[in-house]
Write a protein that binds this ligand. Structure first.
Ligand code: FE
Length: 316
C-alpha cells in the first residue's frame, strides 16, 4: 500500500519553513514558487513511488545537465519552451492580439551583439562550403505598411548544424547578423543554407530523450528577433519545407505560417550575376508582420539570460 504523508499538516508546515515563509528576509515571489516546487515534488515522489535510487539518479542528471549548459536545450526538448508560446498565444487570443507573424521558440543559442548593418548583410565568413542562400523579405506594421528601420536580428547553424560561439571552430558571429530594414521595410542577407540541428548524442539532453524513445533532431531553420519602435517584439523562426524533420522537430518549433520555401536555382549565368561561384544557389523570401506595442515593455525581448552582453534592449 502506498504510504503518503505530504498532505499532513506537519509536512506542509515543514515545507513552509523550508521555503522561508516565516522569514522576514528573502523574496516573497521566490518563496511562493519554491513552496510549490517542494509540495509538487513530494506528491510526485509519493504518487509514483519514486525510489531513492531514482531520486539520486535525477540529482546526478541535473548536475550533468547544468555542467554541460544543456538545461535550456532540455527545456526545448521537453516542449516547455513551446508550451510557453502556446500559453502566450492563449493570453493573446483572450486580449484580441492575434494578428501578425506567429511567434515560436528562441532556443538556447542566441548570442547578443551581432554586427549591425543597413539593408543587407553577408552572414557567412566564406569558410563553409554550403550552398549560397539569398534570404530577403519585408517587415510590415499592423496596417500592412512597410516598416523602415526595423531590426532583423537573425542567426542560424552551419552545414554541420552547429552555431558560432557554441562551436569554437567558427569565427565570431559567423551566421549571426542584425539588419536594419530599408525605406521599403526590406532586409536582404547572403548566407549559406543551414543544416538541421541535432543534440549532442553524448549529451544529457539526448540521454533523456533516449529514455523517452525520442530523437533529438530539428529541421533546418533560421531564427529571428524582429523589433521596431512602437511595435511588439517578435521571436520566431523559419523552418524549411521539405526537411524530413519539419513536422517531427524535437523542439516543437515548427508552426503553420513559419515554413520557408527554399528555392534552389541551378543556373550558371544567374549565379555569376549574383557573385556566386559555381552554378547553384538558393533563395528564400519571407516577410514579417508585427503587432503594435501596447506598452513599451512589449517592444523588447524577454530578459532571458543569454550568451555575451544583453541589456535587454532589442534596438541597437
Ligand atoms: Fe536553432
Amino acid at each position: 500500500m502506498t504510504v503518503k504523508i505530504s498532505h499532513t499538516a506537519d509536512i506542509q508546515a515543514f515545507f513552509e519553513q523550508v521555503a522561508g515563509l516565516g522569514q522576514a528576509e528573502g523574496n516573497p515571489r521566490f518563496k511562493q514558487i519554491m513552496l510549490r516546487v517542494l509540495q509538487d515534488t513530494a506528491r510526485l515522489i509519493e504518487d509514483l513511488e519514486v525510489s531513492e535510487d531514482e531520486f539520486w539518479h535525477a540529482v546526478a542528471y541535473l548536475n550533468r545537465l547544468g555542467g554541460r549548459n544543456e538545461t535550456g536545450l532540455l527545456a526545448a526538448g521537453l516542449g516547455i519552451e513551446h508550451f510557453l508560446d502556446l500559453l502566450q498565444d492563449a493570453k493573446d487570443a483572450e486580449a484580441g492580439l492575434t494578428s501578425g507573424t506567429p511567434r515560436t521558440i528562441e532556443g538556447p543559442l542566441y548570442v547578443a551583439g551581432a554586427p549591425l548593418s543597413e539593408g543587407d548583410a553577408r552572414m557567412d565568413d566564406g569558410t563553409d562550403p554550403g550552398v549560397v542562400m539569398f534570404l530577403q523579405g519585408q517587415v510590415f506594421d499592423a496596417d500592412g505598411q512597410p516598416l523602415a528601420g526595423a531590426i532583423v536580428d537573425l542567426w542560424h547553424a552551419n552545414t554541420q548544424g552547429t552555431y558560432s560561439y557554441f562551436d569554437s571552430t567558427q569565427s565570431d558571429y559567423n551566421l549571426r547578423r542584425r539588419i536594419v530594414t530599408d525605406a521599403e521595410g526590406r532586409y536582404r542577407a547572403r548566407s549559406i543554407v543551414p543544416s538541421g540541428y541535432g543534440c549532442d548524442p553524448q549529451g544529457p539532453t539526448q540521454e533523456c530523450l533516449n529514455l523517452l524513445g525520442r530523437h533529438g533532431q530539428r529541421p533546418a531553420h533560421v531564427h529571428f528577433f524582429i523589433s521596431a519602435p512602437g511595435h511588439r517584439h517578435l521571436t520566431t523562426q523559419i523552418n524549411f519545407a521539405g526537411d524530413k524533420y519539419l513536422w517531427d522537430d524535437f523542439a516543437y518549433a515548427t508552426r503553420d505560417g513559419l515554413i520557408g520555401d527554399l528555392q534552389f536555382v541551378d543556373d550558371a549565368a544567374a549565379a555569376h550575376n549574383r557573385g556566386v561561384q559555381g552554378e547553384r544557389f538558393a533563395e528564400l523570401a519571407f516577410d514579417f508582420h508585427l503587432q503594435a506595442a501596447k506598452a513599451p515593455e512589449a517592444e523588447v525581448r524577454s530578459h532571458r539570460p543569454r550568451a555575451l552582453q544583453d541589456n535587454g534592449a532589442s534596438m541597437g
